[in-house]
Write a protein that binds this ligand. Sequence first.
Ligand code: HEM
Length: 290
Amino acid sequence: MSRPGDYDAVRKDIIAQLKKPDYDDGSAGPVFVRLAWHSAGTYDLETDTGGSNGAGMRYEAEGGDPPTPASSTAGPSSSPSRRNTPGSHTPICSPRGRLPDAAQGAEHLRAVFYRMGFNDQEIVALAGGHNLGRCHIDRSGFQGPWVNNPTRFSNQFFKLLLKLDWKPKTLPNGVSQFVYVDPDAEEGDEPLMMLPTDIALKTDPAFRVWVEKYADDKDLFFDHFAKAFAKLMELGIKRDENDRVINADNVKGGYISAPKKSNHPTGPAKGAQGGCPVAASQGGCPRAKL
Ligand code: HEM
């Protein structure tokens, strides 16, 4: 049990949870990274709502994006698997729609990440989170790892994105992703994969500049990733000169929740706030019309 503010104890507790020999590739690290990003990624700069300050993900309004079919039980203990990426194999955006939909492209990524206050360079750096972990068909509907060693952080994701010949593939569940089938693969080898949003980083000229830099220069990527990830974690958090969080209360202008999600997964919320950002700015989420 740790005292409030005893971050060393919290770090130790997290480290103790990382090794999971029987889970995925042997570590809960990747899913923890994803948990942290999803907790922070609901932030909206304009309204100063959402984000990880206040740990609002504990509550239904933040953590309650409906799980995709058959997705609610997978994962290690303390898994954030209920927070699967919204909408990726359902014909709708997430009701609240603040996290990105992996089936979409560059404009959607910009709509989502600009809303949090990131620029193109930071978007590409953050997407390098996909050097870790894998997709699970029973969570997001996508399947497979991005890199050969998904528990070691590197810039391999960017190298492979540029180097390999990614072919579209429709999975048995109807979800489309990109795969690389190694001609020398042996029976049972798992093909590497990319999400449509990952491929958009390569095809969009402004994103591609950064993909090339990060593929070439691991140190640059690590430096930019560390800065962008720290910024992500701090969204909506204010600190005093001693680094103490000063807006952690729920009463005096501290944490303000993202808008309550719709009770029915029938499409983006009406109006600008809380709905799919694409819907808000471009007259309707394309997926909601399918
Ligand atoms: C750019 C927009 C993004 C999209 C569309 C996206 C989408 C996804 C999807 C569909 C999965 C698979 C989930 C599953 O089936 O278990 C996933 C996994 C993951 N994402 Fe992202 N993601 C994005 C950005 C990020 C960012 C910014 C980070 C962290 C910096 C991140 C880190 C991860 C990690 C570590 C996993 C693997 C989780 C695991 O192994 O269980 N992603 N992402």
